[in-house]
Design a binder for this molecule. Structure first.
Ligand SMILES: [Zn+2]
Length: 138
């Protein structure tokens, strides 16, 4: 999404709270920063080469992967099976979107043309959420 923010000229830090309807902290993992830097070295595309500079303004989340993992694997490991830290995913990469969709309770923000949008929960995510609420003691 860093590339999209440059290409479409929006500030993700300002736009994301509007899309979510709530304050949000933007985080980036070390593996993601590595991937952004590697992609920026071998391109003439200004949005790709500028993406690491956008991401540097986000809070760095140490993911503790000694060797950088592919971004979708790093993010999936960070979120875990039940997302106890209430992470959301902001991306325009199909692989990462699919990773986020497989984990119930993970909000997904993606780019629709030139504007970030919050994806509606899928049916199975709603069922998992309702099941967890039915079993909760609150
Ligand atoms: Zn990682």
């Amino acid at each position: 999404m860093c590339r999209a923010s440059l290409r479409c000229k929006f500030d993700l830090r300002e736009r994301l709270p509007v899309v979510l309807g709530a304050p949000a902290r933007l985080l980036v993992t070390a593996c993601t920063m590595t991937a952004l830097r590697e992609a920026s070295r071998c391109t003439e595309d200004a949005s790709v080469s500028g993406a690491p500079f956008v991401a540097r303004r986000f809070e760095l989340r140490r993911c503790r992967h000694d060797e950088p993992l592919p971004v979708q694997e790093c993010i999936a490991a960070l979120i875990g099976e039940d997302n106890p830290h209430h992470y959301g995913v902001v991306t325009d990469a199909e692989e990462l979107k699919n990773t986020a969709r497989r984990i119930a309770g993970v909000p997904l923000v993606f780019l629709e043309r030139t504007f970030p949008l919050l994806e509606a929960p899928r049916d199975y995510q709603t069922k998992v959420w309702r099941g967890s609420r039915a079993g909760s003691k609150i």
